[in-house]
Design a protein around this ligand. Structure first.
Ligand SMILES: [Zn+2]
Length: 266
């Protein structure tokens, strides 16, 4: 009995850390299962899944508005890199972030209707200060990660990505570029490249970073006055010749940012 309680606590914590609401949904589903006397594993799993989906797609969005957050609004040129971002409630931002995304995707559309911006982890729906693991700073609705834009072996821009999660495949420094990963790891910040464990599978290995389109995307983000800062690894901002005081190095205590773009608003 105690053994079961131990596993239930672990599951509660895991679901809360990954989805914010999953732990609470788990408790409610356990109570329902007890009331209606459904104790088989598949019965419990089914009831949890139905309740989780109902809560995620029907209950959470209107309540999140009370907390000043809404889901990232997709359009033809703006999509999630991975639909798990939505299923796990990791797609909530302040309305100002959606305004910025809408303007940026419109401008990208003017350039080419074929270019797609892929968003990665945003924030959870509720509570300022509640971090979105493993991004400790994604805790106030003001932060969002975007994928780089890639090109294929022929040099043509593509909307494919290099990992299933959108994270963990690095565009490392060339020999003549400053290597912050090495510097940070030499200082003892061993977590600096741990995103490599969160690719959930490498895909499209032949793709290369499209410096032209990625730098254009960053420039369009920078056109917004209420954009506070962008994190990208210094060797990439120098390689793409983007200079703006809002482009910052995130520091060795964080993780390397040569697999995605992080931005935040004021
Ligand atoms: Zn981020």
């Amino acid at each position: 009995m105690k053994f079961t309680l131990f596993y239930q606590i672990i599951l509660f914590l895991f679901l809360t850390i990954i989805t914010q609401i999953g732990g609470l949904v788990f408790i409610v589903s356990q109570i329902i299962c007890k009331k209606i006397r459904r104790q088989l594993f598949w019965e419990k799993a089914f009831i949890f899944t139905v309740l989780y989906c109902f809560t995620t797609f029907i209950v959470v969005p209107p309540i999140a508005l009370v907390f000043g957050r809404e889901r990232v609004i997709s359009n033809k040129n703006l999509k999630p890199a991975n639909y798990w971002t939505i299923i796990l409630n990791r797609n909530y931002v302040k309305p100002e972030v959606n305004n910025l995304l809408s303007k940026t995707s419109d401008k990208i559309m003017d350039l080419s209707s074929n270019i797609r911006i892929h968003y990665l982890d945003a924030n959870f729906p509720f509570i300022d200060g509640f971090p979105l693991f493993p991004h400790l700073s994604h805790n106030d609705g003001k932060k969002l990660d975007l994928s780089f834009i890639y090109k294929d072996v022929k040099g043509n821009q593509t909307n494919l990505l290099k990992s299933r999660s959108g994270y963990g495949i690095f565009e490392g420094p060339k020999e003549n570029e400053e290597n912050f990963t090495l510097q940070c790891k030499n200082k003892g910040f061993y977590q600096y490249d741990y995103a490599k464990f969160f690719t959930f599978g490498t895909i499209n290995k032949d793709l290369q970073l499209s410096e032209k389109h990625t730098s254009k995307l960053i420039s369009l983000l920078l056109e917004n006055n209420f954009l506070e800062k962008i994190f990208i690894e210094p060797h990439l901002s120098r390689r793409m010749r983007i200079t703006d005081q809002r482009i910052r190095f995130q520091g060795c205590h964080s993780v390397r940012h040569d697999d995605h773009i992080h931005f935040q608003i004021k």
